[in-house]
Design a protein around this ligand. Structure first.
Ligand code: B1M
Length: 211
C-alpha cells in the first residue's frame, strides 16, 4: 500500500474528516484512481476500525467519527465513480427494519456496495415492511437488504419477506439480511436468500446473487 493510501486509512481510523477529504483530493490529483482510493484508503481504514471494534479496542464514538470521515471521502469519490461509468452491477434497496434505529452497520454495507458499483436506494432506518414493498415495486431492484441490530426487531425481516410474498414481488428480488444478532441459520429459517456477517462479505454475496 502506498504511503498516501496508508495515510488515508490512518485518518479514517482517527476520524479526521478534514484530513481524509484533503488526502483523497491529493491522491486523485496524483493519478490514483477513485477505485484505488476507495479500496486501499477508505475501506482499508474502515476494515481496521471494524476489527478493533469487534476486539473491544475501539468504542462506539470512535466508530461514529470514523464512519463520518469515511463519508467525507465518499462524498468526493461518489460522483467520480459514477462518472467513470463503472457499469451498475445491480440495483440494491437497503434499509434498517421497522422499530430499529441502528444505522452505522447498514451505512457501512451501503458504502461498500456503492463502491462495488451497485446502484443504491437507501430507505434509512425504522423501515416498515410496506415501505420495502413500495420501494421494490417502484425501483425494481435485483436485491433487497435488511439490517437489524435488536433481537426484538429481527422478526421484522420475516414480516418484510412475507409482505413481499403477499405483494407478489418475492420472486423478483433476492433478499439479503445482516446485523449483529442475525445468523445464516436465521436467514434460512425465514426464507431470505442470503446472510452476510460484515460489509465486505455483503459485497461478495451481493455480487454472487446479482450475477
Ligand atoms: Co443500541 N443496542 N440500542 N444503540 N447499540 C445494541 C445493538 C446492543 C447489542 C447493546 C447492548 O445491550 N449490549 C443492544 C441490543 C440487544 C439485543 O437486542 N440483543 C442495544 C439496545 C438494547 C439498544 C436500545 C434498546 C437501548 C435503549 O434505548 N434502551 C436502543 C434501541 C433504539 C432502536 O433502535 N429502536 C438503542 C440505541 C442505540 C443508539 C441510538 C444509542 C446507537 C445507534 C446509533 C446509530 O446506529 N446511528 C446504538 C449503538 C451504537 C449500539 C452498539 C453499541 C453498536 C452498534 C454498531 O453500530 N456497531 C450495539 C452494541 C454492539 O454491537 N456492541 C448496540 C458497529 C457496526 C459497524 O456493526 O451494526 O453490527 P453492526 O454492522 C456490521 C455487521 O453486523 C454487518 O455489517 C456491518 C459492518 O461490518 N451488517 C450487515 C449490518 N447490517 C447488515 C446488513 C447486511 C449485511 C451485513 O445485508 C443487508
Amino acid at each position: 500500500m502506498s504511503d498516501m493510501m496508508q495515510a488515508i486509512a490512518e485518518n479514517i481510523y482517527q476520524g479526521d474528516d478534514t484530513q481524509v477529504a484533503a488526502l483523497v483530493r491529493k491522491a486523485l490529483a496524483q493519478d490514483t484512481t477513485p477505485e484505488q482510493v476507495l479500496a486501499q484508503g477508505l475501506i482499508a481504514g474502515m476494515d481496521q476500525v471494524g476489527r478493533d471494534f469487534k476486539a473491544g479496542d475501539l468504542f462506539v464514538p470512535e466508530v461514529l467519527v470514523a464512519a463520518r470521515a469515511m463519508s467525507a471521502g465518499m462524498l468526493i469519490l461518489r460522483p467520480l465513480l459514477a462518472e467513470r461509468g463503472a457499469p451498475s452491477v445491480g440495483k440494491y434497496v437497503i434499509g434498517t427494519v421497522r422499530g430499529d434505529l441502528h444505522d452505522i452497520g447498514k451505512n457501512l454495507v451501503r458504502m461498500m456496495l456503492e463502491g462495488a458499483g451497485f446502484e443504491i436506494v437507501d430507505l434509512g432506518t425504522d423501515v416498515p415492511p410496506a415501505a420495502f414493498v413500495d420501494a421494490v415495486r417502484t425501483h425494481r431492484p435485483s436485491l433487497v437488504g435488511m439490517s437489524a441490530l435488536l433481537t426484538t426487531t429481527m422478526t421484522q425481516m420475516k414480516a418484510t419477506i412475507d409482505a413481499l410474498e403477499e405483494a407478489g414481488l418475492r420472486d423478483t428480488v433476492k433478499v439479503m439480511i445482516g446485523g449483529a444478532p442475525v445468523t445464516a441459520d436465521y436467514a434460512q429459517r425465514i426464507g431470505a436468500d442470503a446472510y452476510a456477517p460484515d460489509a465486505a462479505t455483503a459485497v461478495d454475496v451481493a455480487r454472487e446473487l446479482a450475477a
